[in-house]
Design a protein around this ligand. Structure first.
Ligand code: MLT
Length: 267
C-alpha cells in the first residue's frame, strides 16, 4: 500500500486488527525485514510496517534526510490510517527514529520496543566513518554498504548456519536506493544524543538485544533499560544485530507478550 505523505509516496503494509504496532526498520534495509513479525503478530494485532523515505518501495528523492523528517512521515502515514496511538518497535536506526518521535509526538506512543539500538549520538570517528561510507556509496552504489556492514549485521553462527538469511539481508541491501543510503548516513550522523531523555520516558518500554550484536552491543541496550524507569530488558541468544530476523520466535514472543499486556490496559 502507498500513502502520499509530505510530497512523496511512502509504502507500507497494514495487516491484522487490534492494538496497532508500528515497525521501523534498520539502516539500510526496508519493511521486508519485518516479514516474520508481520506473519506471526498480525494474528493478534494490527501490524504496520513502513518503508522510510529512500527505502524499499517508497520514493527516494535526492534531498536532505533527517530522523525528524522520518518522524513527520511516519506520523502522517498514521494520520491517514486513522491511528492516534500505537506501540512502536524500532530496530537500530528505527530506534533512533523512536527517540525523534518521542521528542515531537509523545502522545502518539502507547509503548516502546527499542531493539538493537542505542541512545547515544555518534562519536566524531563514527561521523567520519559515515561520511566516508556515503562517499564510497556515491561512487560504487550499495556494494559499499554490503562490504562494510553485511559481516557485522548477523551473529557468527548465523553466517555459518543460515545461508538463506545471509542472502536475504544481502539482497535487501543490494536494492537500497543510493539517495536513501546516503540520506540515512547523514541523518544518523546529525542525530542528537537521547541519553538525557531516558529518565523522562514514562511510556511502557521493552528493550531487546541480540547477545552477539557487535554494532549495538548488549551494554548499549542495558544503558537504555537502566535509564527508562520500569523498562524491561530481553537478551536474545544466538542472535546478532538483526535479532528479529535471526531469532524471530523469541523476538515475537517478547513483543507479543509486551503488546498483549498493553492491550489489557488500553481502552
Ligand atoms: C542500523 O542497523 O540501523 C545501523 O547499524 C545503525 C547505525 O549505523 O548506527
Amino acid at each position: 500500500m502507498r500513502a502520499k505523505v509530505n510530497g512523496i509516496n511512502i509504502a507500507y503494509d497494514d495487516v491484522g486488527t487490534g492494538l496497532p504496532i508500528v515497525f521501523l526498520h534498520a539502516f539500510p534495509l526496508n519493511r521486508t525485514m519485518w516479514a516474520p513479525q508481520e506473519v506471526a503478530l498480525s494474528k493478534r494485532f494490527r501490524v504496520i510496517s513502513i518503508d522510510l523515505r529512500g527505502h524499499g518501495e517508497s520514493d527516494a528523492p535526492f534531498w536532505r534526510y533527517s530522523l525528524e523528517q522520518y518522524a513527520l512521515d511516519v506520523k502522517e502515514v498514521l494520520v491517514q490510517l486513522g491511528i492516534a496511538k500505537a506501540v512502536f518497535v524500532g530496530l537500530s536506526m528505527g530506534g533512533y527514529l523512536e527517540f525523534a518521535l518521542y521528542r515531537r509526538y509523545p502522545d502518539l506512543i502507547l509503548g516502546f520496543v527499542f531493539a538493537d539500538t542505542r541512545a547515544e549520538a555518534d562519536k566524531p570517528e563514527q561521523i567520519q566513518w559515515r561520511f566516508s561510507l556515503a562517499q564510497r556509496t556515491a561512487a560504487i552504489g550499495p556494494a559499499a554498504v554490503i562490504t562494510e556492514m553485511l559481516p557485522k549485521l548477523l551473529a557468527p553462527q548465523t553466517y555459518e548456519r543460515n545461508a538463506d538469511l545471509v542472502e536475504r539481508v544481502r539482497s535487501i541491501q543490494a536494492t537500497a536506493p543510493v539517495p536513501g543510503i546516503i540520506g540515512d548516513l547523514m541523518a544518523m550522523a546529525e542525530r542528537p544524543d537521547s541519553t538525557d531523555l531516558l529518565p523522562s520516558i514514562t511510556i511502557p518500554t521493552l528493550v531487546i538485544v541480540g547477545r552477539d550484536d557487535v554494532l549495538t552491543a548488549p551494554a548499549d541496550a542495558e544503558r537504555i533499560a537502566r535509564g527508562i524507569p520500569g523498562a524491561k530488558l530481553v537478551i536474545i541468544p544466538d542472535a546478532g544485530h538483526l535479532s528479529n530476523m535471526e531469532q524471530p520466535d523469541l523476538f515475537n514472543r517478547a513483543v507479543g507478550e509486551f503488546a498483549a499486556a498493553l492491550s489489557k490496559t488500553t481502552p
